[in-house]
Design a protein around this ligand. Sequence first.
Ligand code: ZN
Length: 133
Amino acid sequence: MDDLYREHILEHYKYPSNKGVLESPTISHEETNPLCGDRVRIDLLIDNDVIQDIRFSGEGCAISMASASMLTEEIKGRTVAAAKAFSKEDLLALIGIPLDKNPARLKCALLSLKTLKAGLYGVGIGTLRDDEV
Ligand code: ZN
């Protein structure tokens, strides 16, 4: 792993953005990645079709937590439609390390995005295919 990228991930892991819970979220959704033991909950406050506020909580490896931190920074202030359109590729570009040859780490990285999408669509994670994330 490239040192620069690793540092970027560790920074988000140590000093995450938007970590915590919302008092009265419009949507609150939690998913787990049993392969690694990661657990992510995402709380959304939606008003006028815009994600006014977002928090994540949970625990897991550095990649899963850093990914959630980066994702919440990106999603805050977007419309629901824009959040739904945020793709796996968009998230991987933010994370900045090549994970396509490492399926286990890829699941860690995508957990927060899957949790967000499952919450927005109001469905369980099992019904989302990888290419729908
Ligand atoms: Zn993990």
